[in-house]
Design a binder for this molecule. Sequence first.
Ligand SMILES: [Zn+2]
Length: 451
Amino acid sequence: MRWSPLIVAVLLMVCSAELLAESSWRVGSDFAVITPEKSMWMAGYAARTKPSEGVASNLYAKAVVLEDRQGNRAAIVTLDLISVQRQLRDRVAKQIEERYQIPADAVMLNCSHTHCGPVVRSPETVITDVDPEKVRQAVEYGQKLERVIVELIGGAIEKAVPSGISFHRARAAFAMNRRLPTESGFRNSPNPDGPVDHDVPVLKITNSEGQLTTILFGYACHNTTLSFYEFCGDYAGFAQTELERAHPGAVAMFVMGCGGDQNPYPRRTLDLAMTHGKTLATAVEAALETPAISINGPLDAEMRHVEVTYADPPKREELESRLQSGNKYEQQHAQRLLHQLDTEGHLRSSYSTLVQTFSFGKNGLALIALPGETVVDYSLRLKQEFSHRPVWVAGYSNDVFAYVPSERVLAEGGYEGGGALIYFTAVLHPGPFAPGIEKAIVDSVHESLKH
Ligand SMILES: [Zn+2]
């Protein structure tokens, strides 16, 4: 007998639906509101002159715990906050390992980089020349946040059910490169000719009834539509809200990509933040309509310590002359470096950061979690170099210590190439990184994904 094309099509649909519904994972997710209960100093713009004044939208911490058939587990935490400090991550990951036996190396913290959240500080990174009340608030918030994250993992584990996971992609185009070449160097301004990564990677997690329970989605773009004095998750927050409204009961989690040199345009109004959020949520819905790439185990999480080195540090005389600079941030930075020279005898020559990978089966999805404010060249390059498998490159993960320029951006200079380092206070950077930073990071990813 001959099979009619219709029957074949129906059979194929049934088979692929079965394949998708196959619950080879146990997955649970949970969320908590982390909007400060009272007014606090806000992160993101050094020029802020007063603390927050109200709440435009709530900020969330969210967690998903994945467990494969062999019992390998990973926890991914997303935060509507400006950054993740290494010390906070290390403490949280250690507690998660002790309490829930999820390896610390398999715990990923990613921040949405909203510039409308509170300043968060680890006690180890407190600098003494800042208003003590500001510091006290930021440390207290950080300590509370640690407890919330650890509890969240427990909540996610409790909610875990047999699940299927699939990977999807679409695109959204509101991110534009923000490094505009001019005669006097690169200016922070929209550059329609600069590189972008418009991918919207999506992990769809469904329970054994096929209901959507958790959705992770990413985008490579600064979460900086807004710069006002209200707490707000910006476009990434609105995209999550939009998806959760469209899929009642599901937890939507935003994972920031390599958006260090990307901005949302146009910007500066709450309406635009909502519009960009809606655009991103629509792209996620579009991704869900694309053919599913089924995600299978075994899950292999790896974390590597990567040493990135600085270019030759400034001499004492140079720092002293910077004290006369017209730029108060440059002055302050020089002052701190001089203080470090006086008390420790030398400046940092390198910094050790964290590069993490999650491999879902041989040649299955690779989720690469890069540290810092990673520029877009990293995701473009890694997706090309691992083109034989689905790849998701996240930035802003585990240790947001500085802008992380590519070799190109480092050579070009400008804000992301080194100019912004004076604004980072959790790590005191002596100056720009030395050439080789891109190689050190990319090599470690290759090393981790070798097997
Ligand atoms: Zn930034």
